[in-house]
Design a protein around this ligand. Structure first.
Ligand code: GDP
Length: 318
């Protein structure tokens, strides 16, 4: 009997159990040939749209994820969630376990939630979390990547998300400061959460609008600012409308293909850096391809091996 699914089709047809098994394979030994082959196949067969949800702790990301899952499931669309949990760096495990805050029906095969450890305490995406998103993207209509943090983790999310939504809470100036200072990768959409806090939410939205006009680059897409209340449901449909608009915009003029191809180049950089640090990256960076759309996970392995060889050669020669 085969102990793990060999193809994307097996995972698609095998339901939650097959997906859970495939994710365990990735997590336990991502360098194993089968895991890499599966991830490369998944990268070549994207099916769904990836929504990155980011923002500080307590802003309302889980509540919003819950609301989005319900809306999509009501419409018959399938959803995978990867919740990146920075606190598990400390406990060496996904502290939130099955994300008890996200209440999904265990018998519903159209929704799958996985909580994963962050790469660091800033909430950066680990190689395993990246693999999980790529795998889920080949299976579900929608994938949500939920990640805590402001600053570094946003650019991590941008290496996998098709559409990045930054969540900002009324009355908190953090994200605004980062945006104005240019520290943060600009989101595709800004959601001002807890819009039921009315006046404070409106003020926050106006502040964000102001910050965006200061920094908006000439990409042809203007990030909309949407007021949402996940608890009352107000504005969630408008947020979904903005996500759909952004997906349509990406779909035009080959933007989505270009964005995804560029992301594969970033995965290789990330893989080399996470395994061999800045020194390892320096050893190969000049030769790295800017895209690797065909087999990005094999390519990452190959560049990791090269980095190791060059580091060893450098140490030997010193
Ligand atoms: P996360 O840490 O970003 O995932 O935030 P949570 O989704 O766990 O929410 C943090 C707190 O904010 C919880 O107590 C939620 O009940 C509350 N919350 C979330 N969404 C809303 C909202 O739309 N309105 C209000 N008033 N509270 C909210």
């Amino acid at each position: 009997m085969r102990s793990e699914p060999a193809t994307i089709r097996d995972v698609r047809e095998g339901g939650k159990r097959a997906l859970a098994r495939a994710l365990s394979t990735i997590e336990t030994d991502s360098a194993r040939a089968e895991a890499i082959a599966l991830l490369d196949a998944a990268a070549r067969e994207p099916r769904g749209h990836v929504l990155g949800l980011t923002g500080p702790p307590g802003v309302g990301k889980s509540t919003l994820t819950d609301a989005l899952i319900r809306l999509w499931r009501d419409g018959g669309e399938t959803v995978g969630v990867v919740a990146v949990d920075p606190s598990s760096q400390i406990t060496q495990g996904a502290l939130l376990g099955d994300r008890t805050r996200l209440k999904t029906d265990p018998d519903d095969h159209g929704v799958f939630v996985r909580s994963m450890a962050a790469r660091d305490r800033l909430g950066g995406l680990s190689d395993d979390a990246l693999g999980a998103v790529v795998l889920m993207r080949a299976i579900f209509d929608h994938v949500i990547v939920e990640s805590v943090g402001i600053g570094q983790s946003e650019s991590d999310i941008a290496t996998i998300a098709d559409t990045t939504v930054l969540c900002i809470q009324p009355g908190s100036g953090d994200a605004l400061q980062f945006m104005k200072a240019g520290v943060m990768e600009l989101p595709d959409i800004v959601a001002v959460t807890k819009a039921d806090m009315q006046e404070a939410a409106r003020r926050a939205a106006a502040d964000v609008e102001g910050a965006l006009t200061l920094t908006r680059p000439g990409t042809g897409w203007s990030a909309p600012v949407i007021l949402v209340s996940a608890t009352t449901g107000a504005g969630v449909d408008r947020l979904l409308g903005a996500v759909a608009d952004h997906a349509d915009w990406l779909g035009g003029a080959g933007r989505l293909a270009a964005r995804r191809a560029a992301q594969t180049g970033a995965w290789i950089v990330q893989a080399v850096r996470s395994r061999y640090g800045t020194e390892g990256l320096k050893a190969v960076v000049a030769d790295l391809p800017s895209t690797s759309a065909d087999a990005p996970f094999s390519a990452a392995e190959c560049w990791c091996r090269k980095a190791l060889r060059r580091l060893a050669a450098g140490a030997g020669g010193a």
